[in-house]
Write a protein that binds this ligand. Structure first.
Ligand code: NAD
Length: 292
């Protein structure tokens, strides 16, 4: 029989991921802060719990998908939290993108309660979550990875154990660095092409067929052309991730000269009130710098 799953955090990513597990036959009990997201889970065959404690008390596997380290700490360590109420022997899979150190500390604290932990952040965006083709980068023990693998197989396509606790988060931090720099490069090309009077649609199609092609250019092409910045992945979250990668790189003595500049541009968008927009809105920062 399939393990019973508790799912905490049913946002842009968590909702479709939990629904994919339900479709695959898993029993999923969820908790999240927005009432309408809980109603959506129940309407799609899941069970809406009134609290984290209620959601996790019978679960074999607890998945968390919340914004940042403070949210993971609150839901793990709180009086109503996971470590206080999960069964001994439960497996906690945190799929949020958080600092590697938070994952390492969580694994340590959970061990004392007889709860095993994997960090398993994802890449692929909302579309990747809906289509169940996420890349899942995992940190933790091999045996726990093996136990979680059937769940990961429902949610994603490229699933790799990267190393010990925190390693999944370190790889995700690198992912966010590459994505931000790639979006920034594409945004600069878009403004340059438009100001040069070249047909943008044709230009992006041919660029995508060569070495300049990328998932960013494929997935964000329409966002760039239509100035459609509905999230997607919010600038606020990418700001958080640029902070994670900048800190982690400084700790190991790795230079991120271009990443540091892009982190500043992400921060400037946020400061100008664009934190709720999709990260393709880096185009706006380039337009402002270009006087358009
Ligand atoms: P979101 O803001 O849409 O969803 C977050 C959810 O967490 C909300 O439903 C909220 O109710 C819930 N939550 C927050 N605090 C809670 C608490 N104390 N108890 C219960 N629920 C709580 O965010 P998202 O876009 O789904 O992102 C979630 C994580 O996944 C983030 O770490 C993000 O960086 C990462 N991520 C996002 C994307 C993307 O494209 N959106 C892609 C890959 C990774």
């Amino acid at each position: 029989t399939l393990p019973k799953v508790a799912w905490i955090g049913l946002g842009i990513m968590g909702s479709p991921m939990a629904e994919n597990l339900i479709k695959a036959g898993y029993s999923v009990t969820g908790f999240t802060l927005e009432r309408e997201k809980l109603d959506r889970l129940a309407a799609n065959g899941g069970t809406a719990a009134p609290s984290i404690a209620e959601a996790v008390k019978d679960a074999d596997v607890v998945v968390t998908m919340v914004p940042a380290s403070p949210h993971v700490e609150a839901i793990a360590y709180g009086d109503d939290g996971i470590l206080a109420h999960a069964k001994k022997g439960a497996l906690l899979i945190d799929m949020s993108s958080i600092t590697p150190q938070t994952s390492i500390d969580l694994a340590e604290a959970a061990r004392e309660k007889g709860v095993r932990v994997l960090d398993a952040p994802v890449s692929g965006g909302e579309a990747g979550a809906v289509e169940a083709v996420l890349s899942i980068m995992v940190g933790g023990e091999q045996a726990d990875f093996d136990q979680a693998k059937p769940v990961f197989d429902v949610l994603g396509r490229t699933i790799v154990l990267c190393g010990p606790h925190g390693a999944g988060q370190t790889v995700k931090a690198a992912n966010q660095l590459i994505v931000a720099v790639n979006i920034q490069a594409c945004a600069e090309a878009v403004v340059f092409l438009e100001k040069s009077g070249v047909d943008l649609n044709a230009a992006l199609d041919v660029l995508n067929g060569g070495l300049a092609g990328s998932t960013v250019l494929t997935r964000k092409k329409d966002n760039f052309i239509n100035r459609d910045f509905a999230p997607g992945f919010r600038i606020d979250l990418h700001h958080k991730d640029m902070g994670i990668v900048t800190d982690a790189a400084r700790n190991v003595g790795a230079a991120l000269p271009v990443g540091a500049v892009v982190a500043q541009l992400v921060a400037s968008l946020r400061a100008q009130g664009d934190g709720g927009l999709d990260h393709s809105a880096l185009l706006r920062a380039v337009e402002r710098l270009s006087g358009s």
